[in-house]
Every structure is written in structure tokens, then in C-alpha cells.
Design a protein around this ligand. Structure first.
Ligand SMILES: [Zn+2]
Length: 454
């Protein structure tokens, strides 16, 4: 689909950080144009050829673990993952050399635990669909429409062209100014109120024209793969329905919001003309319903969790806890639900309850990095610096390169009286996270106190 910024928390790092880094010139950039495989027109691209492809792949390798952690990890549902992957491969198998800017991207497809309704692609072809999205779809042809749309974004080089927008860096560092600064300088306060590890998400945002191209390409691939073009119409109807039912929810999820009616019309018109009579009724509904049964049965829980997320973002911690707990009645021990209870408690000041929920979450999903993020923050609030470092290291092993880890390490080392290590960690945060974010300002201030400039 598209992307937007999620409300999880206040920071905006992860992929945007990587894109900002790229925009700042750390990559070797060629300038010029590539041919857009959908329109046949030339488009500007900073990255081209084999070296460009290699750079996109390494960029994605850094960004994917951070995005997946923010989405509460890959779903622990082998059947759903294998199924989504199989549908994705069926689409990829139809691609021709003329369909792509970069040949042979290492496409992969997975389900992430997040409950908001979305799907997204990285420039290397790593594609994810949320549990929230799967719970809304009705058949395999609709899933093929979702995956085809994302494959088309990759094939057209849209994710690569997003890197050439210099505004990405501004987006990275804006929005959090003055937050911690207004919180005073007690870092025990900061531990409880700063951004969560693994929670901030900003994916590339696509233009309307790029969304149109992805719809066109996605529909072409799905019909080639043997699916009923009605699948794309069903997907567009879902987008329109969501936008009518809860405009603010959709605003969070799809920046394509105002164009959903237009996109539906375009799909209907193609189904009635160039794809008329193709693959009628081929939607594999039974296979879809069987493979997604464990996800769809928790749809009611996902609604509660989504409500808890927006309440958390609005600092309504008690309400968020209640919503998450109601969801857990439907989906007991769900990792997302447990993490929302943990975060609501931690932000709301009940550190012991937060630790209890996050510890359970870490047991339920040992690869769920965010549990270690919350446990690290709780440990800092309890002045348990060694414990904080342990959880920060566990987080970092699963999600390398998230700048905010350095910020919290700085706090833990400072608490232990290890001034030099603390200064190094803050410095690393300022270098990678910038000084314009709230945490960045705090880190810069601590850095001055710990290691005064000569
Ligand atoms: Zn899109």
C-alpha cells in the first residue's frame, strides 16, 4: 500500500534514519535516469545498475530488522507465512525483464504481528503484510492484489527514488523538538518518558502517481498469475470502506486516503476493459480462509489493540491498558497485546506491572525485540543499570543499528558512573540520531556535562 507514519511513539527513526543517512551522501551516488517499466518514461534515479542494486540491498538489510521490530516482529504462524510467501512467489514468477528496473531482486514475503492495516515493501523486495491487513482480506486474489501492488513499487524503483528526496532527513529530525528539554534534567524521568526502542516507524511515502503505477502493475501481475481481477477491486473497496468508517484511522495508515475512490474506479475500469473475462472466479477463497484462520479469529482483539495504540499515542495510559487487556481476553498471551499492556504500564508509571507483562511477552516470543526495549527502560527507572545494559544488548543483537539503543546505553553507563562509556554512547546517538530530536538534545546536553569541550 503505502505508508505512513504510525502513531506508536514520538520518535521517527528506523528506515528514515537510514534514508537520511543515504541522502546525506554516505552512499556513492550516480545521477541519471532509468526507464519506468509501467509508464515507459524516463525517471530520475540516484541508484542505477549493479552497484545501485547492491546499495539498495545493503540499505534494506539495515532497515528491515528495525521496521520488523517496530511491527512487533514476524508472526509466529508458520502456516500463514508459508502461504503468503507462496502467493508472492507465484506473482514474482510472472515477472519479465521488461517489468523491472533492477533484475533479480531477492523478493521475500512475510506476515508481521502489527495490527494496523497495511503492507509495505523495501527496495530489495522484502515485503511484509500485517496481521491487521490479513484479517480484513477475504480471499487469495485480494492478497495477490496487495502483494502485486508492493512488488510493483519495488519493480518501478519507487523505493529507490524516495531516497533522492532531500526532505527525508528533515522528516527524520522534526517533530520531537523540546520534548525532553521541557521535562527537566533528571534522567530517571527521561527513562520513563523517552521514545520506546523499536517503536518508531517511517517508511517511504509514495506520490499519488506512484500509487497509480503500483495499482496498474499489481493488477497486471495478478491477472498474469491467474487471479480474478476482482481481487484488486475488492482490495480497493476495502480501502474505501475503511476510509468511510474511520477517516482518522485511515489517515494513520494510508497517505493515499483521498485517492481511494479514484483507485477503485481505475481498477473497475481495467477489469471491464483490458482484463474483461479473465480468470473469472479464480480467487482461491478456501485456501485463503484455511491458511489465515488463526489470524482472522483474532480480528476482534486486533481492533482493541489498535485502539490501545492510538490511546498510548494520546498519552491515555489507563484507557490503553484497558483496551489491550480486553483484546487479550480474545487472544490470550498475544505478543502485541502483552507489549501494549507493558508500554501502557511503563509510560503510566507502574514499572512492576510493565516488567511483568514485558517478561511474559519475551517468553511468548523470544525474538520479540521490543520486550527487551521496555524491560531496559523499566530497569533504568529502577536504577538497575546492569539489568538495563543486559536488555539493551539483547535488543541490539536482534535489531542492530537502532540509534536509540545508544541513547539508553548512555543513561545506563552514566548511572553506573562510567563517564567515558556514557559519553561515547551519547556521542554515538548524537552522530546517528541527530541533535534535533528530543533525545538528541538531551544527549548533547549530557555530553557537554560529561566531556566538556576544550
Ligand atoms: Zn502503495
Amino acid at each position: 500500500m503505502q505508508r505512513v507514519q504510525r502513531t506508536g511513539d514520538r520518535g521517527r527513526l528506523t528506515r528514515m534514519a537510514v534514508l537520511g543517512w543515504a541522502a546525506a551522501g554516505a552512499l556513492t551516488l550516480a545521477t541519471g535516469c532509468v526507464t519506468n517499466p509501467i509508464t515507459g518514461k524516463q525517471q530520475f534515479s540516484l541508484l542505477q545498475g549493479e552497484s545501485g542494486k547492491g546499495q539498495l540491498i545493503s540499505l534494506a538489510r539495515e532497515a528491515v530488522p528495525q521496521q520488523f521490530a517496530a511491527d512487533y516482529g514476524v508472526a509466529n504462524d508458520a502456516q500463514a507465512n508459508a502461504y503468503v510467501s507462496q502467493v508472492g512467489r507465484r506473482l514474482v514468477a510472472t515477472l519479465k525483464p521488461s517489468d523491472v528496473v533492477f533484475p533479480d531482486m531477492p523478493f521475500s514475503f512475510q506476515v508481521v504481528n502489527a495490527v494496523y492495516v497495511n503492507a509495505y515493501a523495501f527496495p530489495d523486495g522484502t515485503i511484509a503484510v500485517t496481521r491487521g491487513m490479513l484479517a480484513e482480506l477475504e480471499n487469495e486474489a485480494q492478497l495477490a492484489a496487495v502483494l502485486g501492488h508492493e512488488i510493483a513499487h519495488v519493480n518501478c524503483g519507487h523505493t529507490a527514488s524516495a531516497m533522492s528526496k532531500s526532505t527525508v532527513y528533515d522528516a527524520l529530525v522534526s517533530g520531537t523538538k523540546g520534548y525532553l528539554a521541557s521535562k527537566g534534567s533528571s534522567w530517571a524521568d527521561v527513562a520513563g518518558t523517552a521514545g520506546q526502542l523499536g517503536s518508531a516507524v517511517v517508511l517511504a511515502s509514495y506520490s499519488r502517481e506512484q500509487e497509480r503505477q503500483a495499482d496498474q502493475g499489481g493488477m497486471m501481475y495478478m491477472v498474469r498469475a491467474g487471479y480474478d481481477p476482482q481481487g484488486m477491486i475488492g482490495l480497493m473497496q476495502l480501502l474505501v470502506r475503511i476510509s468511510g468508517a474511520n477517516p482518522s484511522l485511515l489517515e494513520q495508515m494510508f497517505s493515499s486516503h483521498p485517492m481511494s475512490a479514484e483507485r477503485l474506479q481505475a481498477a473497475q475500469s481495467r477489469a471491464a476493459t483490458e482484463y474483461a473475462g479473465r480468470n473469472a472466479g479464480a480467487n482461491n477463497q478456501a485456501a485463503f480462509l484455511a491458511a489465515t484462520a488463526n489470524i482472522r479469529k483474532n480480528k476482534g482483539a486486533f481492533k482493541q489493540f489498535a485502539a490501545a495504540e492510538s490511546q498510548l499515542a494520546q498519552k491515555q495510559y489507563a484507557a490503553a491498558k484497558t483496551s489491550a487487556e480486553q483484546g487479550l481476553h480474545i487472544a490470550p498471551n498475544d505478543y502485541v497485546g502483552l507489549m501494549l499492556v507493558a508500554q501502557a504500564n511503563q509510560k503510566g508509571g507502574n514499572v512492576a506491572a510493565a516488567q511483568q507483562a514485558a517478561s511474559l511477552a519475551a517468553r511468548v516470543s523470544p525474538s520479540g525485540a521490543r520486550a527487551h526495549g521496555v524491560l531496559a527502560q523499566c530497569a533504568l527507572q529502577n536504577k538497575d543499570y546492569a539489568g538495563a545494559l543486559q536488555h539493551l544488548n539483547a535488543f541490539e543483537r536482534q535489531v542492530p543499528g537502532e540509534a536509540r539503543t545508544s541513547f539508553y546505553k548512555g543513561m545506563a553507563y552514566e548511572g553506573q558512573g562510567q563517564k567515558q562509556r556514557a559519553a561515547q554512547a551519547y556521542q554515538s546517538y548524537v552522530r546517528h540520531g541527530g541533535v534535533n530530536s528530543a533525545e538528541g538534545q538531551y544527549a548533547a546536553k549530557r555530553l557537554q556535562l560529561l566531556a566538556p569541550a576544550k
